[in-house]
Design a protein around this ligand. Sequence first.
Ligand code: C2E
Ligand code: CA
Ligand code: CA
Length: 412
Amino acid sequence: MRRKRSAADQQIADLLVTAKKSLDLSVAFLSRMDGTTQHLEVVETSVPVLVQEGAKVHQDTSFCQAILDGRLPAVIPDVEESPLAMSLPAARIPRIRSYVSTPVHLSDGSLYGTFCAFGFRSDKELGKRDEALMKVLASAAAVIVEPEVRDQERRTEIESRLEPVVGDGGPVVLLQPIVDLASGTRVGAEALSRFPAGWGRTPDVVFAEAHSVGMGHALELQALERAAEHLDRVGGYVAMNVSPATVLTPGCGALLHRLPLDRVVLELTEHDEVEDYDVLLATLAPFRAAGLRLAIDDVGAGFSSLRHIVVTSPDVIKLDRSIAAGVATDRVLATLVGSLVTFAHGSGARVVAEGVETAEDATALRALGVDYGQGWHFGRPGPPEALAVPAPRPPVEARPAEVLAPVAALSR
Ligand code: C2E
Ligand code: CA
Ligand code: CA
C-alpha cells in the first residue's frame, strides 16, 4: 500500500515523472541516505511490483553509494559492462541494467540523498545531457525537501530537549507572591514553570514548542501537577497557568477533580485562540461551581482579551505587565488601568496587576483601584519555602490626589 503523499512529495513526484519520461527509463526515485540506509522516499515506476515507494535498501551496497563514492560513473548506460555494478544486489533484483544518479544537496551543502532513474534494459543513448537534466531536477527536489528536513530537525531537537524533563515528571515550578495592595498581605501565588537555564527560552516559548511537537498537553499537565503539589506547602491560593486547549483534555479534568478547588485559580491566556467558548465554559462549569476561580491573563497585552473577559465572566483579571509597569508616571496607562478596573469591578471580577517592580507603581495601582499586585517589588518567583513564612510588607501608602490628577485631567 502506498502511503498518502504530502504536497511536497507530490511535487517531487512530478519531477520524477519528468525525469522518467525524458530519459525514457522505467523507474525514477528520490532517496534519502541516513548513513546506513537508503530510503526510497518518492518513487515513480512503470513496474510497481518490483520497486516500491517507502522501500529501504542497504546504503553501502547501493548503486547510488557507489556513484557517490566515485566507484561508478553517474551515468551507466549498460550495467553488464561493469563487473562492480553487476556485483551489486540491485543488478540481480530488480535486475537494473541502466542507471543515472545525481546527489541531492541541501542549502548548507549537506547530502540529503540522491535523485535517480534506471531501466531494466541497457540504454546506450544515456549520456551527459541526461545527467545535466537530472542535476537540474535534483536541485529542484532539494529546494522542495529542505523545509521538511529543517522541520524534522527542529522537532527532533525539541523532543530530545523535552524528553528528559518529561521523564523527570515535568518542569520545576516556582511560586511568585500575589499581594493585597491595600494591606500588603500575600493572598496567593502564581505557579511559574522553570526549564533549564541553558535553553535560553522563557516558559511560554517552551510550552509552544512542546505543543508544536505534540508534547504540549503532557508538559502542561505535569506543570499543573507540580503546581498542585505546592498547595500543601503554602497558604493562600495557587494560580496555575493553562492553555485553553489543555483544559479540554481528560487529564486536566482528572487532575482538577483531586484538588481543593477553592484554593485554585486557573489562569487562561489568550495567546492561543479559543476554538469554542461554549465547550470551554461547559468543561469548566462544574469545577467553578465547586469553587475553582478563573483568571484571564495578560489583559491589555494586545490580544483580544476583552472578548475573553466578556464571554467567560472571570473571577480575576490580570493586567499585563505592559500596562501596569510605569503606571505611576504615564497618564495614558493610568487611564487605561482605571477603565479596566471599573470594567472588571462592574462585572464582579477582582484585578491583579502584574510586573509591579516599584513602590511608586504599587501605590499608583492601589489608588486606581487595583486589588492585588504581583511583581519583583513584592517578590520574585521562588521555591515554596520562600513563601511559607508570610512576610507582608507594610501597606502601600496611597496618594490618590497625585495619581488621579492626570486621569481627571484626561477625562475633562
Ligand atoms: P505570565 O503568566 O504572564 O507570567 C508572568 C511573567 O512575568 C513570568 O515570566 C514572571 O517571571 C514575570 N514577572 C513577574 N514579575 C515580574 C516583574 O516585576 N518584572 C518583570 N519584568 N517580569 C516579571 P515567566 O516565568 O518567564 O513566564 C512567562 C510565561 O510563560 C507566563 O507568563 C506564562 O504565560 C507562561 N508559563 C509559565 N509557566 C507556565 C506553566 O506552568 N504552564 C503554562 N501553560 N504556561 C506557563
Ligand atoms: Ca499567568
Ligand atoms: Ca500574565
